[in-house]
Ligand binder design. Structure first.
Ligand SMILES: [Zn+2]
Length: 286
């Protein structure tokens, strides 16, 4: 597994930054869900964001879920990540096909349409923290930038990208999140904005062979970049027969009795990893 995230600071802690390379993770999701090119791009971008936002979590068992619901043909995307750079995700309509944009890029915003982004942070408290914002473009990076600014009051630059081979396999995937903390000066913000504006796309940087470290060095090298941590990242689903059993039990006695009386085994699929779990009527009786 060659995917990883780096966590860094710059400007004496005035800036915090995350950068990730996620090619293997997105390829894994593509092969599990058999996603079309535009669905691979949409899911890959949101999973890359989820991974970086997962590493912002403080607690060992904390989880973050990003949900996009839109009126476009893809329907929606769900991604869950933990604080150890494990991520899983799926899209509602993985086979969606849609014309590329005039510039040849995959039309992620066209596939998503208008809608809402929901961020659910589960930190083991009674109630999870839930933030909602409207989608501003459906391109995901811009939507998250808007989310950070309005819901968390943290000015941020978010770049996310997925580049495909002609075979539709994942050629590059990755991104960065750079956040300005309150002690940032106006001069610093201006200089940083200029630097970020000079980047054409995150996938072109990755495709030129730059590592996440080199990408952050390029953006923040003039501001005293200090890399704090490098974390291996991967697609990982934590579903198990035990968990699925609990979900089946939660259907309620009446529903279960109906199924048992029909005498046929039932199959339950995990949305995230497409694993099948079969329960026979005898197992359901237990
Ligand atoms: Zn699963």
């Amino acid at each position: 597994m060659s995917d990883y995230i780096i966590r860094a600071i710059a400007a004496d802690g005035g800036i915090r930054a995350f950068a990730a390379t996620t090619k293997e993770t997105v390829e894994m999701a593509r092969s599990i869900h058999n996603t079309s090119p535009v669905a691979s791009a949409a899911l890959g971008r949101l999973m890359t964001a989820g991974l970086m936002m997962g590493t912002m979590l403080k607690g060992e068992d904390d989880l973050i879920t990003l949900q996009i619901k839109g009126d476009g043909p893809i329907g929606g995307i769900v991604v869950t990540a933990d604080s150890h750079a494990n991520v899983k995700g799926y899209v509602h309509e993985p086979t969606v096909l849609i014309h590329a944009k005039p510039n040849g890029k995959l039309d992620v915003s066209g596939a998503i349409g208008h809608g809402e982004l929901t961020v659910i942070r589960d930190t083991g408290m009674k109630e999870p923290y839930i933030g909602h914002t409207n989608l501003v473009s459906g391109e995901i990076a811009e939507d998250l930038t808007y989310y950070f600014a309005t819901s968390e009051q943290v000015p941020s630059a978010v770049a996310l990208g997925v580049l495909l081979e002609k075979t539709n396999h994942i050629r590059q995937a990755g991104g960065f999140i750079i956040q300005l903390l309150p002690k940032c000066s106006d001069e610093l913000i201006d200089a940083l904005e200029k630097k970020i504006a000079s980047i054409t796309s995150i996938t072109s940087l990755l495709d030129s062979g730059m590592s996440p470290e080199q990408i952050l060095e390029y953006v923040l090298g003039d501001f005293g970049l200090e890399v704090l941590e490098k974390v291996p990242a991967q697609f990982s689903c934590n579903c198990s027969r035990e968990r699925v059993e609990k979900a089946v039990i939660s259907m309620g006695k009446k529903e279960l009795v109906n199924i048992i009386e029909e005498g046929e085994p039932i199959e339950v699929n995990c949305h995230f990893c497409e694993k099948h779990y079969v329960f026979t009527p005898d197992e359901l009786k237990n």
